[in-house]
Write a protein that binds this ligand. Structure first.
Ligand code: 5GP
Length: 205
C-alpha cells in the first residue's frame, strides 16, 4: 500500500459514454489502496445491477432519514431520483489511508469541493463528440430518444469540466493509460505547495 497516513477523497465525474466504469475496474485491479464508495440511490435497479455492489437501493423515506441524520457526505437529485454518498464508509477508509473514489455528478462534486478543499476532482471525457456518440449508440439497448437525451446532458456536463482539477481523456482501448492518469493526478495533488504549508514549522520549529 502506497498511502502513508490519511487517504484522499477522489471525485470522478464524466458523461455517459466516457467509459468511467472500465477505467475504474482497471484502476482497482492495479491498486489496493483505492476503493469505490457505493452510493445510495432512490432509483430502481437496472437489469444486472446488484444491491450493495452498484448502489445501495433505498426508498425515498430512507434517503430522507440519511439526510436528516447527517449521514450523507453529499447528495443530489438527478433525473428525478436522489443519489448520495454515505458518510461512514468514506470516513473509515480515509482514516485507514485508503483513497476513496466517489463516482458522482457535478452538483455533488461541487458540494465535496466546498466541504473538503483537499479532495481531488477529476473529470473523465471521451476523446471527442463523434466518439461519445459512437459509444452511446454502441450500447444498442437504448431508444433514440434516450440517446439524444444523454448526448444533450453530456454537452452540459462537458461545459462544467473546467470546474474540476484535472481532465483525463479516455481513448478507445486505453483504459490502462486513463487509470494511470488518475493515479498520477492524485499523487500530483498531494505534492502541491499548498499541501505543505507547515514546511517551515517542520524544519525550524
Ligand atoms: P446512473 O443512474 O446512470 O447510475 O447515475 C446517474 C448519475 O448519478 C451519474 O452521473 C452518477 O455519476 C451520479 N451519481 C451516482 N452516485 C452518486 C452520488 O452518490 N452522488 C451524486 N451526487 N451523484 C451520483
Amino acid at each position: 500500500m502506497e498511502s502513508i497516513g490519511q487517504g484522499r477523497l477522489v471525485v470522478l465525474s464524466g458523461p455517459a459514454g466516457s467509459g468511467k466504469g472500465r477505467v475504474l475496474e482497471t484502476l482497482f485491479s492495479k491498486r489496493s489502496d483505492y476503493k469505490y464508495s457505493v452510493s445510495a440511490t432512490t432509483r430502481s435497479p437496472r437489469p444486472g445491477e446488484n444491491d450493495g455492489v452498484n448502489y445501495n437501493f433505498i426508498t425515498r423515506k430512507e434517503f430522507e432519514n440519511y439526510i436528516r441524520n447527517g449521514q450523507m457526505l453529499e447528495y443530489a437529485e438527478y433525473c428525478g431520483n436522489f443519489y448520495g454518498t454515505p458518510k461512514d464508509f468514506v470516513e473509515d477508509e480515509i482514516k485507514k489511508g485508503i483513497n476513496v473514489i466517489l463516482e458522482i455528478e457535478v452538483i455533488g462534486a461541487m458540494q465535496i469541493r466546498k466541504k473538503f478543499p483537499s479532495a481531488v476532482l477529476i473529470f473523465i471525457t471521451p476523446p471527442d463528440y463523434k466518439k461519445l456518440e459512437e459509444r452511446l449508440r454502441g450500447r444498442a439497448t437504448e431508444s433514440e430518444e434516450v440517446i439524444k437525451g444523454r448526448l444533450l446532458r453530456a454537452r452540459d456536463e462537458i461545459i462544467l469540466a473546467s470546474e474540476y482539477d484535472y481532465i483525463i481523456t479516455n481513448h478507445d482501448n486505453r483504459e490502462d493509460e486513463a487509470a494511470d492518469d488518475i493515479i498520477a493526478a492524485v499523487r500530483a495533488h498531494g505534492l502541491r505547495a499548498c499541501e505543505h504549508e507547515d514546511l517551515n514549522v517542520k524544519f525550524f520549529g
